[in-house]
Structure formats: C-alpha cells, structure tokens
Design a protein around this ligand. Sequence first.
Ligand SMILES: C[C@@H]1N[C@H](CNC(=O)CCc2c[nH]c3ccccc23)[C@@H](O)[C@H](O)[C@@H]1O
Length: 440
Amino acid sequence: MGDLDFRGRQMPAWFPDAKFGVFVHWGAYSVPAWAEPTGELGAVDPEVWFAHNPYAEWYWNTSQIEGSPAHEHHRTVHGGLPYDTFLDAWKAELFDPAEWIDVFARAGARYVVVTTKHHDGIALWDAPGTGTRNTVRRGPHRDLVADLAAAVRARGLRFGVYYSGGLDWHAGRRAVIRHEDLIDECRPHDAAYAAYALRQVRDLIDRYRPDVLWNDIGWPDAGMADLPDLFAHYYATVPDGVVNDRWDGAHADYLTSEYQANRQNETAAHWEQCRGIGLSFGYNRNEGPEHLLDPAGAVRQLVDVASRGGNLLLNVGPKADGTLPGEQRTVLEGIASWMAGHGGAVYATRPLGPGAAPSDGAPWIRWTRDDRHAFAFLADVPDSARDQVVLKTRPGLLDPATAVRLDDLPVRADAVPDGILATSVALGTPLPTVLRFALL
Ligand SMILES: C[C@@H]1N[C@H](CNC(=O)CCc2c[nH]c3ccccc23)[C@@H](O)[C@H](O)[C@@H]1O
C-alpha cells in the first residue's frame, strides 16, 4: 500500500513552525474518570498494562477485565451498569469552549486536536451511522466538535480531529483486550465497519475542514483500498492539512510517538510526540500532583522536542461538567508565563544541528536556531554553578559577544576551548533560562 499521490507532498510550513499543540480527550469516559495511575506507556510491562490501564479513556475495556481494580470499581461504585449510561450522565453543563481555548492559546498552543470518536464508539458530533450514540442526541446534547472548531478558529489557532479508526468497541465483536497481542484480534476489520468509518471521516472533513487528520490505532483491513481517495479528498478540501501516521502504513505527513512508545519515530524529518499532562489522556480523578508534569517539566518537554525538530501535542483531559481540572490548568498557566517571554526561541525554529552538543546530565542544555540566531536553553544548573556554565559549541558557529538573555538579565559570554563560557546570575532554574547568540 503506497501513498501513490502524496509521496512528494511538501510539508506545510505551519505544522513544523507550530511546535506546540494541545490534545483534548473528552468523552463518556470523563464521567467515571477512573484509572490506576500505573505509569507511562512504554515503561509499563504490557502484561500489566491492560488490567491496570492508566488511560482513563480505556475505562470500558479495563472495567471488563475480571479481577482488575477497575472491574471492582465499576461493580461497587457504578453497579456494573452498561457503559453507555455514562453518555447520558455526561452533561457538560459548565462547558465554555472559548474559555478553554483562551487558556490553550495563552499557553502558546498553535493547534488543538480534539477527540471526535474514541475507542468507545461514541461520537462528539451527529456522526452518520451512530444513531443516538453521539453527544448531539444524548448527554450534552451539543455538537462538541463544531463548538470547539469555532472557538479554536476564533482564536486564530489550527483545528485538528482525532478519530479512532482502528478500535471501536461498539463495532463488531466487543472483545475485551487483555494484553498487547490481542489488540489486533479485537479490532474491527470487516467491510461494514470500513464503510462506517470512511463515511464518518469524510463527514468530519466536509463539515469541519480539519487542519490535522489524527487517526489512531490503524484502519480496517477492508477499508485500506479506500484511503488514497480519502486522502486525495482531504487535501483537495484542506490544501495545507496534515495527516498523521496511524493508518497502518497507508500514508503519513509526519510520524508520532506517545509517552515512551515509538520514540524511534522521533528521528523522522517531521514528527510529533503526544502525552498527557499526567499519565492519562482522559481525566483521571485518581491522579495527584505526583503523577503530573509541573510547569517547568512541561516547558522542558516542549523545548527538548522542539530542539530535536518535533512538535509536542500535550493533552488536557476535561471533566464531564466541561471544566478544565485545576491542576492541569495550573500547568498550562505556568507554560503560558514562560512562553510569553521565550516563545520566540521556540516557534518557527529548527535544530541547531551538529554545531552544539545537547546535554544529558546537569546542567540541562538544549539548542534551537532560526535563520540569524542560536538559542541556548539552560535548566537545572546546580546551585554551585548557577552563575557560570560552559556551553559546548563548535568554534566559529556563533558570536559570544552578541549574547543576550531573553529575560533581560545581564550575561557575559566568552569563547573558551570547547565552546562558550556564559557568566550571569541565576542561570538555569527548573524553568529554562534562554541565551540568544548571533550566528556567524
Ligand atoms: C493518544 C492515545 N493513543 C492511544 C493508542 N496509542 C498507540 O497506539 C501508541 C502506539 C503508537 C505510537 N506511535 C505510533 C505510530 C503508529 C502506530 C502506533 C503508534 C489510545 O489508546 C489512547 O487512548 C489515546 O487516544
């Protein structure tokens, strides 16, 4: 399956320039909002993962695994009721899309990708073929995709749609996935589902013209032949749209990683790492501060990804009532205050390349460049060395005399044999300090 018409497609500049997007996972699973904060994908034994799934959006599956804590929770707290009961209990009574997008935009996100149908098969718009299994006909009684698309675009951000093409627990056999190698056997691959999913993705394209087509898990075997036309239709409708890589190899404008999984994809020309602020995409009431990135950690994640040529798609899991969880909002506010003074060293930059040696230990150092400057990001500088740091760079790459701190504190930079000696005050707190140099 080659992408016949798109191999030579030019990546639209907006995507790599954007660097930072916000992912939103919001669904019927946001009602129970219950999972065990087990650990990060890729760092947890797959044999443990499914029965103790930290992804709260997997509640339907996890709660059906006999003996799992989620199974016990569903029985004792929710009386073992059918999952779709949560759709009717989901009211989104406090949902104010403009308020969400204001927080995301101030945090510096340039695009927002929202779940339109997750693995539970419940659509956040009146998707064809779903009958009443959607948020227009039940629960919120709103076209949440339209509401969010309008709010995102009103703020001048790009709007993307997440669609679970590969898993739909309402289609076909509703087998419970107990471990890694069962996922494929539990996916719907038949022609009926392929037609159902194709019709829905075409509807998303035609109604919302999404700037990002973010499919997940894969695409049904019986529908693989439909994809070249689907992508041709997408690009005809959204000429500068971008498509991710989770279509079972049919096509990709860019590759994706997720927490610690598929990190090998981060060497591609264009890539995006997605993760939650905590360990889950859907809101998980069991997550505490110890499970969440703090603002400095989130900023370092963004800078590390940008310094390596990628985008960070950082997820927010709203509550069923439509409010953003306070602890997640705090992280976004923290990113916002740092980005206000440092965003220029992140957006529309690219890796500095072999000229600089990124650090692994302390101090934490990352580099970006635009066409005239190099930017050094310093963090976690030990107290003892907080006023002097050696930045390893190739001689003749940049001019130390042009050193400036983006927070306007004084800095002195001198060429030394293995790079540049930067002398200043309070360099590299947990939130990165940024030094700008003119490129020679
Ligand atoms: C954003 C999250 N995606 C999860 C599915 N994740 C994966 O399949 C990860 C594996 C993966 C990472 N990069 C890929 C590229 C191609 C195919 C699979 C992957 C979902 O199960 C989860 O609920 C959430 O929506």
